[in-house]
Write a protein that binds this ligand. Sequence first.
Ligand code: GLV
Ligand code: MN
Ligand code: MN
Length: 401
Amino acid sequence: MLGDIIYKKLDELAEFSKDGEGVTRLPFTKEHKEAITWLEDLMNSANLTTKIDNIGNLIGEYKSPTKNAKTLVIGSHQDSVINGGKYDGALGIVLPIMCFKDFYETHGALNYNIKFIAFADEEGVSFQTAFLTSKAVVGSFTPDLLERVRYDGKTLKKSLENFGLNADISECKINDVDTFLELHIEQGPILDNKNLSLGIVDAIQGIERYHVEITGFAGHSGTIPMDMRRDAGVGAAFVISRITEFAENLKNIVVTVGCLELIPGAVNVIPGKSIFSIDIRAMDPLLIKTMVDKINSVLSETCEKRDLSFVLERKMKADSTICSKNVINMLEESMKSAGVPIFHMTSGAGHDAQEMATIMDAGMLFIRCKKGISHNKEESVMTEDIDVACKVLAEYFKCYK
Ligand code: GLV
Ligand code: MN
Ligand code: MN
């Protein structure tokens, strides 16, 4: 069955990872290069012609013999988080390619074109932003992003050049496309709890990400009395705990501090600086605004009380997205034809589909992952669910118009 074959292919793709637990495949690295070389072979074996655009997206094209044919775009991201799983992003690239290969070999030519995209940087681990490379595809990439600096001090521009790309991002914009479809693991527990293989995504929640720096004064941990300290680490601890409690009470919003650094970071030194990230997600933009206002006021109060100063800088913003009614209808029709129960849901995670939706009809199909575990090496999917997704996608290929 296709499910078993795709499952094994995903095991192969997961080998392109930095050493360590799970999958770590950051954009514009050796592992990224290895992954897209492997994916290019997979695309070629599925009768697709391939190219890599100037921001590192791998694109495989099927050209219909029909004149003035419409173009369907299908894709997801090849990059991972640090110590992530094998399926986040990767499933949404490999499954559609394999499913298309099977469909084409059985049914012959289609009356529309398809572009399959393996986006280079969706997660935003390296450059404190997300959807970098789908932004380039839709034309919303701004040149300042090229100056963003990653973990090794290299700018995005330099990283692209070292990767063999010329960094002329305007070339990446795609035109004459009609629909975007992204298949993705759910990354949450809803489908698993309901014992369903698939869910149609109606909407994707909005995201804002911030960078915070609190500055105090470094000093000796043994000699400075508690009431004379300007401890930037303690400042961060109070801020994090207060904003977390606020989000818990606000409801329908999630807030995460995923990175936290105390500087200089020694057991016997009072931290002179703390640096942390804040990731905020909600469907309702007003809730995000309320949260950001609260973060500002908690930072001001805490820093005033403890003689600290702070900088709060927004690094990323993606609006919440309503998926296209057309795509939702076609997914419903496909599920009906495949005999699969129809279930609708919203996406808590962010996706390239959010950017793609700014220039065309866009929608998503979620596939169950065990216990909703994701961004974790324990991420898992069942071959049976991959088979169900292939059946539905084959129906989508039939009904797409
Ligand atoms: C991507 O997985 C995100 O939602 O951060
Ligand atoms: Mn993803
Ligand atoms: Mn992810």
